[in-house]
Structures are given as structure tokens and as C-alpha cells.
Write a protein that binds this ligand. Sequence first.
Ligand code: 13P
Length: 287
Amino acid sequence: MLVSAKEMLQKAKAGHYAVGQFNINNLEWTKAILLTAQEMNSPVILGVSEGAGKYMCGYKTIVGMVEGMIEGLGITVPVALHLDHGSYEGALKCIEAGFSSVMFDGSHYPIDENIAKTKELVALCNEKGISLEAEVGSIGGEEDGVIGAGECADPNECKMIADLGVTMLAAGIGNIHGKYPANWPGLSFETLDAIQQKTGAMPLVLHGGTGIPADMIAKAIDLGVSKINVNTECQLSFAAATRTYIEEGKDLQGKGFDPRKLLAPGTEAIKATVREKITLFGSANKA
Ligand code: 13P
């Protein structure tokens, strides 16, 4: 059964660790992440961007696949199915389709509009027992064709959104989706500290988890980050392992072209990445 992310994140905030959100793209991704979370006895959040939602043939297909897989694989750790960077309409569609958690990313709206729309979704999500993530200050980099500049959020605006009763809050602290450029100045811990002071017990979300060095992850968790999103890193591991398989000519040996064989090394590589992140975030054995 899918669960809201509320309880797992409140426990993470109180226990000084973070729960990973790993974005899914297909069956192999979902299976790799669920099996690794189970193996490590860790709660987990499956992230779905609107683009990935379209790719996987709509939110209902995804709910069916994930629920079926939880049952079929005997997954007993808490699993939240979460819309990543949703529009207002996307959030409504996911709530309707049976997601257990949604993000409404209103960071590109003027703050008053972000507040008004987030407020409406707080009421709806509360009614349904679904967790809601809001965002203040856009995250840098490119996601689904949208390029953000990597802002640092205004702590007062963060407080205004947190006070609406959202479950978790994503705030820009100089983080970027995708690979970090060589001249990236790093996370703004000053901003994070100021946000945590204003928002208290609110679990904070760190987007752009790919490529953030371990010491910065530890410090971010120390300063109140309880959810960390990872997407690109699983894609890079999957692609590298698949490339090796083909470059070694394994697809040409015997039945090596069978998709169940061809996609196996990439799937194992995703598992290794997820295992590494769960260890780094400290959520192993916290299910
Ligand atoms: P990365 O692709 O940089 O890991 O970011 C993932 C993310 O923040 C999804 O919202």
C-alpha cells in the first residue's frame, strides 16, 4: 500500500537523517528502487515528473504499476508515490489517480499566487491524507525543458508557505538539477540555516541530489534537510552499465539481445546508486 510521505519525513527530521526521492522512468527503474529500499529496510519516495508521467502513459498506469509491484515483490517498507515539480493541474490529476504525495511547484509565480494555489492544495491534500511539497525559490538547471537559475529562497517567503500547513518544503539554496558545473560555488548553508530557523520542524527538501559531495549532504541534513531528490545519477549509472554491456558485445552472444538480459546490468547499476545514496542519507533500517 502506498503511504503519505508525512510520517517518514517527520521521523527523518527528528532522527537527523533524510529519505531519498528517486525518480522513476519505467518498470526497471521502479523495480530496482523498490527492491533496494526493501533490502536496506529504508522508507522510500518514488518521484514522477510530469514528463515521465506522460512517458509512462499517464498517472493511472503508474499507480497500477507501483501498487502491483509492491504486492508482487512483497515490499513492506513505507513507499510514497510522489509527483515531482507538479503544476497545479498536474497535482490535481495525480491526487485523482491515486498518488500518495504531490509536489506543487509554484516557485515561478509571484509569491502571492504561489501562496494562494498552495493553500488550495493544502486543503485538498489534507482531506485525502496525501502529503504536499511546496517550493520557494527555483532550483537551477534544466528539468522537463524548464531552466531555472538556481536562486536562494527568501527565508520569510519560506515561512509564509510553511505556515500554510504543507508537509515538506523545497527551497532553493543554490542547488541545480543535473550535473553540477565545475565552477559551482556549492550549497548556500547560510540560506538553509536561515530557512530552518524560520520554519522550525518543517522537513526541508534538497533537490538536485546528483553530484552533491558527501560532506555537503551531511551538513544539509544537520541543518534540517529530511528529503533528498536524486534523478540524473541513476540515469548516468544505467547508461554507463548498458554502454559497457553493448561495447563488450554481450548483446551479440547467445540470447544477449533479450531485453531481460540487455537491461539487467543497467538495472543493477541503479540498485548500486540507490544503495549508496540510502547509506549516505542515513535512512537504512529506518523503515
Ligand atoms: P538530479 O537530477 O540533479 O539528481 O535532481 C533530481 C531532482 O531534484 C528531482 O526533483
